[in-house]
Design a protein around this ligand. Structure first.
Ligand code: EPZ
Length: 443
């Protein structure tokens, strides 16, 4: 299992481009299951989650050709409609094939995804949506089994105790494209990834309006064709790189930055004293060039994670790490995944003063963090530990980097191109080599 060895203290500078969005690409790949003709997706990030999705789609009978960041998906319609637990347990986002399989085959068997390090990951709202469209829903040996002789348009309410559901909205939107009549999703997720998926589905011949608002209307079609679609930039990776510049008092230019998908984050960064400047107002705000600078002590701020357009839960850990260096006390409240704080104890190991009370954390700014061995437990928490290592004094080793590789394309290469000093290594090999050395010298 790989780890990172990070030597902190260098200010990042230079230029970098944001990769395609993992959280848009996964449901968009799943949507290709519905296409009667080939789908071309461009600008996919090269991540282990994408690799897992390719494995799942192949097992479902799709022919998949990858060419760098582009992928061509053909589903002849003679494939399987069963997403096995062995794959789903490695990536709970596999649930996003539920709606497309039901639309294509009139049935689907998808292993119930387990929870994960950031908390329970229920799918009750997904199943409520499938039932509303006329499907029967059963649980059989840990698998969700849905079946519908014909899908019928309906009004579906997807609001839950923590707001709407992003992948649940994606599932219902996909299934509704094959339902008779009109489907209205009330309390739909408004995330940009849903807008990007709707844009792709409409290119496939669907008739979807209202994506990006809490009310999405889908007029059912008998079938969908292929399309050629470029995946939107990854707003979470973009925010992570912006914070990497800020936390090192850097001066970084970021291309393909989805400025208008990060307004809540930019608002909070500005409040700390970090500047995110659009370099060319003529560029579209969804994919533009910005410069991120931060050259003085940071002001403390309050933020609460919310459904879009609020502050995204996927940048909570990274922003918390930045606030460790603020000149005062900041308050962070996590409303989407209240247990999403596994990074707190690791930051404390580096000298951070972070105090958790339930779903709220007080971050008392400190003058410095000190490098230490820390352990990643989830995707975005691991990114926050890398950021901490960039700014800490001395050496930080972050173990279990496989968490990070699920959502960032060789982050060490990207940050090293900006001046960071990160080395990827295998601690087990290192230990084995030193044991061999001891054996070879022992008498
Ligand atoms: C998507 O997950 C993202 N993943 C997550 O990003 C992101 O954190 C999350 O949306 C929230 O923005 C992908 O898009 C692949 P939800 P999703 O259903 O759709 C509750 C990352 O780091 N809920 O919107 O699975 C749920 O427990 C990942 O890239 C129900 O109660 O999340 C949570 O509290 C992590 N019932 C809230 O809603 C349901 O049926 C939001 O979950 C579904 C969800």
């Amino acid at each position: 299992m790989d780890a990172f060895r990070i030597t902190g203290g260098t200010r990042l500078s230079g230029r970098i481009r944001v990769d395609g969005s993992k959280n848009a690409a996964l449901p968009e790949m799943a949507a290709a299951l519905m296409a009667q003709t080939p789908v071309q997706l461009r600008g996919l990030p090269q991540l282990s989650d994408i690799d897992n999705m390719v494995t799942l789609m192949t097992e479902l009978g799709c022919e998949i050709e990858r060419d760098g960041e582009d992928v061509r998906i053909v589903n002849s319609g003679n494939g399987s409609w069963h997403a096995r637990y062995e794959i789903v347990k490695t990536m709970r986002a596999s649930i996003c094939v539920l709606g497309p399989l039901l639309a294509r085959y009139g049935k689907a068997r998808v292993a119930m995804p387990g929870g994960c390090a950031i908390g329970d990951r229920p799918v009750d709202l997904h199943l409520r949506g499938m039932e509303a469209l006329g499907a029967t829903v059963e649980l059989d040996g840990g698998d969700i089994v849905v079946e519908a002789k014909r899908l019928k348009g309906a009004t579906v309410f997807l609001g839950g105790p923590f707001g709407s559901t992003v992948l649940g909205t994606a599932n219902v939107m996909c299934a509704a494209t094959h339902a008779e009549g009109v489907t209205v999703i009330e309390s739909a997720a408004c995330e940009p990834e849903i807008m990007d998926l709707a844009d792709m589905l409409n290119r496939m011949g669907a008739s979807i309006t209202g994506a990006g608002t809490p009310r999405i209307t889908i007029r059912g079609k008998g079938s969908l064709q292929g399309c050629d679609h470029r995946v939107m930039p990854d707003r979470i990776v973009a925010g992570t790189i912006a914070i990497a510049s800020a936390i090192t008092n850097g001066d970084v230019i970021i291309d393909d930055f989805p400025y208008d998908h990060l307004l809540a984050v930019i608002d909070r960064l500005n409040a700390t004293g970090v500047r995110v400047h659009r370099e060319d107002e003529a560029q579209p705000a969804s994919r533009c060039t910005v410069k991120v600078t931060s050259d003085r002590r940071l002001e403390p701020v309050l933020f609460t994670t919310q459904p879009y357009p609020g502050f995204p839960t996927d940048l909570q850990a990274q922003m918390m790490t930045l606030l460790c260096f603020a000149d005062g006390n900041s308050i962070v409240t996590e409303k989407i995944f209240p247990d999403r704080f596994l990074h707190v104890s690791e930051l404390v190991r580096m000298g951070a003063k972070v105090y958790r009370q339930g779903g709220t954390v007080v971050v008392q700014g400190v003058q410095r963090l000190v490098g230490a061995p820390v352990m990643a437990s989830d995707l975005r928490g691991s990114a926050s530990l890398v950021l901490a290592g960039l700014a800490a004094e001395g050496e930080t080793t972050v173990s279990r980097i496989y968490h990070l590789d699920r959502g960032y394309c060789h982050l060490e290469t990207q940050l090293n191109s900006l001046g960071a000093q990160i080395e990827r290594f295998d601690p087990d090999a290192t230990v084995a080599a030193s044991e061999d050395k001891i054996k070879s010298t022992s008498y």
